[in-house]
Design a protein around this ligand. Structure first.
Ligand code: HEM
Length: 299
């Protein structure tokens, strides 16, 4: 954060500039009313600023803006003056004024003041030095005002950012916990599938060869998909991307197993045709999703 002395150094604002501005005080006083009229004419001509003015205490507002105008020519530009400028940004943020209108209003004020100099001073050199002093003090004002404006806005964002960060972190932890529970559940189910596989193999030794082999094949398919699912979940836990294809794959495998069992059961033709139709649709969906994923990877 700069002090007023830093600001004066950066803008090469000298004691002579301060004296020149102070010398303009009587002229500013004589034109104070006209300044106010022209500024408010301008502010009422824009819908956004007019709305803000209409919902404020007009008399108090005029007084504040007039006071600021006269302070430009006080001749004293110390840290107290700087604090006054810092407050302006805060006041404007509070009323929801965009910094854009402060900049445009400053442009009008600059135009007004430079016009005053042109009309009231004939000597070219005197006009030049006065113009320079005015330019400097207005730019320094805008500098402090916009800095304090940004700081005030940052504070607004910072408060919500804190809340946001907390909420995001809490939700992230929750989803992480859910994913962890899912992986554990998948591991539990996989153990059951292994038991199912052993059970199916046992059928082979019991003499029911065809049933045993087909069921064992179905269980193996499911086990394979379980591994894929768990792999996907672990990748997800490590921050990877969620892969919907794996889930469609699981349904396809479950369907294939169902078809295997259905043939063993010698189900009627309509049931088998229904299963085969569903498998075909799932196959098409799998293909389309994988195509879409390839496209997003390319982009
Ligand atoms: C160069 C441009 C401007 C300057 C130098 C300026 C200056 C000031 C000052 C000195 C204050 C008093 C701050 C305080 O001590 O609390 C103030 C407040 C205010 N200004 Fe400006 N202003 C400018 C532009 C505008 C514009 C474009 C609007 C648009 C409507 C505006 C509306 C207000 C309002 C509504 C307040 C009162 C805030 C409150 O109620 O506390 N100002 N301004």
């Amino acid at each position: 954060m700069f002090t007023m002395q830093d600001l004066r150094d950066h803008y090469r604002f000298t004691d002579q500039d301060a004296e020149l501005l102070q010398a303009l005080q009587p002229l500013a006083e004589a034109n104070r009313e006209r300044f106010s009229l022209e500024l408010y004419d301008y502010l009422y001509s824009l819908p956004e600023t007019a709305t803000i003015l209409n919902s404020s205490n007009r008399l108090r507002l005029r007084e504040m803006h007039n006071h600021w105008f006269m302070a430009l020519f006080s001749g004293t530009y110390d840290n107290h003056y700087m604090n006054h400028l810092t407050r302006i940004g805060h006041a404007h943020v509070k009323v929801g004024l965009s910094v854009h209108y402060v900049n445009s209003a400053m442009n009008q004020i600059r135009h007004f003041l430079l016009g005053l100099i042109d009309v009231n001073y004939t000597d070219r050199e005197q006009r030049r030095t006065l113009r320079e002093a005015i330019e400097k003090i207005l730019d320094m004002n805008l500098d402090v005002m916009s800095t304090s404006y940004r700081e005030e806005e940052m504070k607004k964002v910072f408060v919500s950012r804190k809340v946001e960060t907390f909420l995001i972190k809490a939700t992230e932890r929750f989803t992480y916990g859910l994913n962890l529970a899912l992986v554990l559940a998948l591991a539990g189910v996989s153990i059951s599938v292994v038991i199912l596989f052993i059970w199916d193999i046992a059928h082979i030794f019991e003499g029911n060869m065809e049933k045993g082999i087909l069921s064992a094949l179905g269980s193996l398919l499911i086990l394979w998909m379980m591994i894929e699912l768990m792999d996907n979940e672990i990748k997800n836990l490590k921050g990877g991307k969620f892969n919907i294809l794996v889930f469609i794959g699981v349904i396809i495998v479950a369907m294939i197993r169902e078809i295997l069992i259905s043939t063993l059961r010698h189900d009627d033709l309509t049931t088998q045709a229904f299963l085969a139709g569903t498998l075909l649709i799932l196959g098409v969906v799998y293909y389309l999703v994988s195509l879409a994923q390839k496209d997003t990877l390319k982009n």
